[in-house]
Write a protein that binds this ligand. Sequence first.
Ligand SMILES: *Cc1c(COP(=O)(O)O)cnc(C)c1O
Length: 419
Amino acid sequence: MILYSTKHQSKPASLEKAVLKGLAEDGGLYMPEKIPQLTANFFENISKLSFQEIAFIVSKALIGEDIGDNDLKKIINQAIDFDAPLVKLEDKIYSLELFHGPTLAFKDFGARFMSRLMGHFLKEKNQQTLILAATSGDTGSAVAHGFFQVPNIKVAILYPSGKVSHLQEQQMTTMGGNITAFEVNGSFDDCQAMVKAAFMDQTLHKLNLSSANSINISRLIPQTFYYFYAYAQLQKQGVRKAPIFSVPSGNFGNLTAGVIAHKMGLPVSKFIAATNANDTFPIFMRTGNYQPKPSVKTIANAMDVGAPSNFARLLDIFGSKEEMEKMIWSQSFSDQEITACIKKVRSEDGYTLDPHGAVAYLGIKAYNQDDTASILLETAHPAKFLDVEIPERLAKYAKLEKKSIKIGNSIQDLKKALI
Ligand SMILES: *Cc1c(COP(=O)(O)O)cnc(C)c1O
């Protein structure tokens, strides 16, 4: 796979380079030069395939030139060792449950696949790397878990002090080993800006920095798998028409992966980009003005992003807002709407949505097209945010001792801490 930078200044890169570097030298995001097409035969038989079989076929089409079949199979079987069931909530409304991984959030898919793909390339080159990741909550815990004890890799996670949930913080700060947590006196946007600045800083080159945020292309690859798998499960239920996918969006990595799946041939009638009060993207879709702004705190806090990092990729794929509109519809929802929605769905459907899934559900209702099935991406287990029973694989973190390093919110603070 050859990848170009969305800023078009850096030279095209190999998959290995894009995965190990994360961000291109010109500050752009890597995108595949060609998006491969899957065969009609694949889609006809998709309902007979397992999740892992689908993942293998999709990833082989994308990155089969760069990695042998056996290594790819091994990575998939280790990384994607949990299910993503499609659950019917109402007539024509389904929930794709992406929270059955170890940290109960969909970011497990990206983190687990990326860590093993990086490990594969580092082993080939006999190199070490330091992963720098900014998190508003879920990325950090998924990355800490995904990379824990992977040889040749150290991880530094930056999170905004006091702005992540207690359990999210516990998951990032209690693992130890090759995982270090920096507690930043600032916002998530500060953390993201510090990480970006660190990558541009010449004096940090010797640390061989690498990225694990949704800017890394290797996170998008496994996130395409479950769009195909959702379609397979719909086929099994006899639903033939191309579905609508409603994606609760923050940095828009999940949505970008869906668009890539669609470009590979997956039938999709529309993507709904549902956001919380952080409405930079819906405003762009209404006005054509892209105006990043500071994030605001909401109860769907893993999507508290005012400057979505994958916007550059989306714009590059579509070329213009007009082209985007053909495939994407977008709306933002307030905390009150989210809270009311969780109550309503719990009482009417007997299903507990988490705040992020609720944003996606609200998107489906607001878009209001019921000539085909709509699938909401349920990105986190409700126990992560609401007062429902916490599964043991998460609860165990609450009892462990927090170990974080407190730092200020400037690049100088980060440099001092790293060197
Ligand atoms: C990160 C996250 C999102 C947003 O995903 P993006 O790819 O950043 O748009 C939604 N829900 C949950 C639970 C998340 O952790």
